[in-house]
Design a protein around this ligand. Structure first.
Ligand SMILES: O=C(CO)[C@@H](O)[C@H](O)COP(=O)(O)O
Ligand SMILES: [Fe+2]
Length: 257
């Protein structure tokens, strides 16, 4: 059976940031379809706390106020933002697949659209209240809306976003805890991919974290078609061969199903 097109997206987080344009060009020449851009934030909490304190001190706020510092970021790392996307855009027409690991994705729609982002994938864990607004604004800015979920988040949380009148067009299943490249693939996440593929045959389903030649087959046969791979591609003696193995696995699994 013909499935949704395979898209291989090297994660630029594993590239040499000092040579981002040439790294991007190299990946495209090696056969990459998309370039995956991991955007991670620093959440400025102090203003938020002050405003809320003046209005009400709810019990829900207390654990947040006393949370350890690391919980104030969506992930314990900082990477790139709109200025870097804008710089890269001057050197390439490639599809820039932006994965927003930030606590307030709404703030980044306008700057990233202006910078030249192609896809905008936000996390469901931080968008329970405003995902409809997010999707509408992302689409209005001409970007492809996607939703991502952490390993501990149940897959059911994304169903309403895929089934909405203005739906997300991609679901990104994290196969490691978000924050860093080079971590170990979590095969138990494939149940989520299988459920999604069964329910939504034509949805772009992306997997991200620990993907490479030794883990791709299980993801491809579960139904993933968009494959993010950082360390396995950039760390390989022949990134071209790795990209080709990833693509063949996805296409092979689609032929079998
Ligand atoms: O979003 C993330 C990490 O949070 C990823 O996109 C990683 O950058 C993937 O890197 P590898 O696991 O393939 O090395
Ligand atoms: Fe990512």
């Amino acid at each position: 059976m013909e499935g949704v097109k395979a898209k291989i997206a090297p994660s630029m987080l594993s590239s040499d940031f000092a040579n981002l344009a040439s790294e991007a060009e190299r990946m495209l020449q090696f056969g990459a379809d998309w370039l995956h851009m991991d955007i991670m934030d620093l959440y400025i909490i102090s203003i938020d706390i002050n405003c809320r304190l003046f209005h009400s001190i709810s019990s829900a706020l207390l654990p947040f106020l006393f949370a350890p510092k690391k919980n104030r970021h969506f992930v314990p790392n900082l990477t790139i933002g709109a200025p870097v996307i804008q710089s890269l855009r001057k050197h390439t027409n490639a599809y820039l697949d932006c994965h927003l690991m930030v606590t307030n994705p709404l703030d980044y729609i306008e700057p990233l659209a202006k910078a030249g982002a192609s896809g905008f994938t936000f996390h469901v864990e931080v968008s329970q209240e405003n995902w409809q607004e997010l999707v509408q604004k992302i689409k209005a800015k001409g970007m492809k809306p996607g939703v991502a979920l952490r390993p501990g988040t149940p897959i059911e949380q994304v169903f309403p976003l895929v089934e909405a009148e203005a739906p997300v067009e991609l679901v990104l299943v994290m196969t490691v805890e978000p924050g860093f490249g080079g971590q170990k693939f979590m095969p138990e996440m494939m149940d989520k991919v299988r459920v999604l593929r069964e329910k939504y045959p034509s949805l772009d389903i992306e997997v991200d974290g620990g993907l490479g030649p030794t883990t791709i087959d299980v993801a491809a046969s579960a139904g993933a078609n968009c494959i993010v791979a950082g360390s396995s591609v950039f760390g390989a003696p022949s990134p071209q061969d790795v990209i080709s193995i990833l693509r063949k696995s996805v296409e092979g699994a689609q032929c079998k199903s």
